[in-house]
Design a protein around this ligand. Structure first.
Ligand SMILES: [Zn+2]
Ligand SMILES: [Zn+2]
Length: 203
């Protein structure tokens, strides 16, 4: 399974394309739809679906454009679908003082759901704390951790649906994985899971 970050160092979230056996998925469509589609085309990939790690606006800025251009289905955990259509809950209003609504997802994910991509399988792990429906994506080669775990900290718990004790439990669940697995967070650099968890250990 390969992963590329199309939007490193941006104000918005990281935008990842993961691919295996010629099939690809977009995780958090924050980069421009054109940039995403150009990458897919230039690498001869077939785009199967979009996964949203959680419903905050900075992770989905190009969601509607991408879906309108392609009819690619978007997946989000069932607890975060309500964030998409509500500028208050997806935090757009908190930052910009006005509403911004996105279309609801095509499929609602649950904890432990498995998704085939090429010759591999992804597993969804519900990791609430940053939002109620925040997920990490488990692949054979790495974890995508959204705004749950960053290289040097964990996600804030003071926005809609945030819960610090749920975050503590979610980080505990991540301790069960191999410490050498790379993590690809919603913001900032990749890191080894063990390193990131050590840096979040003050919670
Ligand atoms: Zn974020
Ligand atoms: Zn967030």
């Amino acid at each position: 399974m390969e992963i590329i970050n199309l939007f490193p160092g941006s104000w918005c979230s990281n935008c990842y394309i993961i691919s295996d056996g010629g099939h690809a998925a977009v995780i958090d469509p924050s980069a421009s739809a054109k940039g995403i589609l150009d990458y897919i085309k230039n690498h001869g990939l077939q785009l199967d679906f979009i996964i949203i790690t959680h419903g905050h606006f900075d992770h989905i800025m190009s969601l509607d454009t991408l879906r309108n251009a392609t009819n690619i289905p978007a997946y989000i955990h069932e607890y975060d679908n309500e964030l998409l259509g509500d500028g208050e809950k997806n935090a757009f209003k908190t930052f910009f003082g006005k509403d911004r609504a996105f279309a609801p997802a095509d499929r609602l994910l649950r904890d432990k759901d498995k998704l085939a991509l090429g010759n591999s399988e992804l597993e969804i792990m519900l990791t609430p704390g940053h939002t109620k429906g925040s997920v990490c994506i488990i692949t054979p080669d790495f974890l995508v951790t959204g705004d749950t775990l960053f290289a040097n900290s964990y996600g804030r718990c003071d926005l809609y649906g945030g819960n610090i004790s749920a975050m503590r439990e979610s980080l505990k669940k991540l301790r069960d994985f191999d410490k050498n697995l790379p993590i690809y967070p919603g913001h900032g650099e990749s890191a080894k899971l063990g390193h990131a968890l050590d840096n979040a250990a003050y919670l």
